[in-house]
Design a protein around this ligand. Structure first.
Ligand code: NAP
Length: 501
């Protein structure tokens, strides 16, 4: 395994990141004066202290969102689209800076971070294009007595909550459609990675987003900010991306005021390699699906099922590719595997690996955390993993591939669907009939067919079962921020059939 060392810290970049709350268009300290620290997972160094929002600040953000909603909702779609286009341009021009900030706070390699900036910016361009195509419908009532016109309106002040693993893209996937639809927003970023979001806030103001339309509330106490907002009656929409456990809690809190919700939750993706697969395609897809973001992705291949007749050649090639991935500080060019987010993540991964080994799994490569500073875990391949091991029943969220073999299609489908989650599944086969059959029977919201990557701004992203509600991105993404209003309009009186004779 190659280990890449850290270059000099890019301290100047962090100096330029706003450290205060964005409240109704103004940067300000928390009402309590409190701050909290953000640390670099590669070194443990403190990167910045940020204003720490509490309940009072949440109320102020809500007042701003409610005050701005009516006028913002009645702005011209082309004006909102223009703001999104400008934000896309600024993000694109500042890719390197945004990527470095993201790598510093989250750990992902610079190449991945640049890829995320591009992906994140494209949500703004996509929803700029959607903003000017919001459509309604017209039907003539069967009685002939009235027109039934449906128009779509912004749902209203929206609470957006994002996770740490994709600090920019999970934000723009919500902000883009909310702006396009004409909703005001309160954004609560993850406490471990707020710096990317704060920079994004400054970019949106520079792009011309009016004061009051967006507030950003970094906080070390999410419950103190989110729960009062959800129960206030002023929030009309919550869009949450994060774990299923927190998602369940927020659904309960949202029930009080009947808040409309979009929930992008956890996954437990099956990755199935059939005996007719092209082995190179299978290995490349497996590395992509497992190692993107160091395995810290909801779409990560969590359970790999390989047909028993090809499991050995697959494992040999896959292990070779995993072993060649350089581990190190994400800021160093050439790094493919950065640090995990924190000590708890390392501890969880180690517990899952140790449990699998105790249940009979074989470690082909890796298997124990790297010594020294930072939360580094090496690419790890486990084979002969028992279906009963804990590692198959929870998100690994680390660079560990858990491989089982299977004999027949029916059996692998049963095992793949034997989970409460249903975000994505991967199917590797050259048989079209099998591809169609298996894709149809997988209980998931998305299928990667002979590919390990499904994310695309133009595609509806989301899951079934306990992986979530609603879709983000694609043509469906804006629907989550719009409500239907039906207008009944009298028509000229219909002529009775009898009146024709
Ligand atoms: P998480 O712990 O559920 O946190 C997500 C967000 O919720 C963070 O902003 C977090 O704030 C906040 N939060 C936590 N507890 C809260 C509470 N009691 N009240 C209100 N807000 C609360 O998830 P994570 O660890 O950040 O992210 C990883 C998870 O997200 C994984 O399960 C992954 O699969 C999922 N994910 C899903 C998708 C998708 O599109 N389906 C995409 C990416 C990630 P703090 O940061 O302060 O804890």
């Amino acid at each position: 395994m190659k280990v890449v060392t850290a270059p000099d810290k890019l301290g100047g970049l962090i100096d330029a990141v706003p450290k205060q709350l964005l409240l109704g268009g103004t940067w300000c300290d928390a009402a309590s004066g409190a701050t909290f620290d953000v640390v670099d997972p590669a070194t443990g160094d403190r990167l910045a202290s940020l204003a720490d929002a509490g309940t009072v600040d949440a109320r102020a953000a809500l007042d701003a969102a409610i005050a701005a909603q009516d006028a913002w909702g009645r702005t011209a779609p082309e004006d909102r689209a223009a703001i999104l286009h400008r934000a896309f341009d600024i993000m694109t021009a500042r890719t390197d800076e945004l990527a470095a900030v993201m790598t510093l706070e989250m750990g992902k390699p610079l190449g991945d971070a640049r890829g995320e900036v591009a992906y994140a910016a494209k949500f703004f361009r996509w929803f700029a294009e959607e903003a000017v195509r919001i459509s309604g419908t017209h039907r003539m009532a069967p009685s002939g007595r009235n027109h039934i016109l449906t128009v779509r309106e912004p749902v209203g002040p929206s609470l957006l909550i994002t996770p740490w693993n994709f600090p920019l893209a999970m934000g723009t996937r919500k902000i883009g459609p909310a702006i396009a639809a004409g909703c005001t927003m309160i954004l609560k970023p993850a406490a471990q990675t707020p710096l990317s979001t704060m920079t994004l806030g400054a970019i949106l103001l520079e792009a011309g987003l009016p004061a009051g339309v967006l507030s950003i509330l970094p906080t070390s106490n999410p419950g103190a900010v989110v729960e009062p907002l959800l129960r206030s009656g002023g929030i009309r929409k919550m869009s949450f991306t994060g774990s299923t456990a927190v998602g369940r809690l927020l659904l309960e809190q949202a029930a009080d005021a009947v808040v409309r919700t979009s929930m992008e939750l956890g996954g437990n993706a099956p990755f199935i390699v059939f005996d007719d697969a092209d082995l190179e395609v299978a290995v490349t897809a497996a590395v992509d699906a497992k190692m993107r973001n160091m395995g810290e992705a909801c779409t990560a291949a969590n359970r790999m099922f390989v047909h028993e007749t090809i499991v050995e050649p697959f494992v040999a090639r896959f292990t070779e590719r995993m072993a060649a991935l350089p581990v190190g500080n994400g800021l160093a060019e050439g790094t493919a595997v950065g640090p995990l987010i924190d000590q708890a993540a390392i501890d969880k991964v180690q517990r899952l690996v140790d449990g699998a080994v105790a249940d009979g799994a074989t470690v082909r490569i890796g298997g124990s955390r790297l010594p020294g500073i930072g939360h580094f875990y090496p690419p790890t391949v486990l084979t002969d993993v028992s279906p009963a091991s804990e590692i198959n029943g929870t998100e690994i969220f680390g660079p560990v591939a858990s491989i089982q073999s299977f004999r027949d299609e029916e059996d692998v489908l049963r095992r793949a669907n034997d989970t409460e989650w249903g975000l994505v599944g991967y199917v590797i086969t050259t048989d079209l009939a099998r591809a169609t059959r298996v894709s149809g029977r997988l209980q998931v919201g998305m299928v990667g067919l002979n590919t390990g990557v499904v994310s695309d701004v133009a595609a509806p992203f989301g899951g079934v079962k306990q992986s979530g509600l609603g879709r983000e991105g694609g043509h469906l993404g804006i629907d989550e921020y719009l409500s239907y209003k039906y207008l009944s309009i009298p028509a000229s009186a219909p002529v009775p059939i009898g009146g024709l004779s």
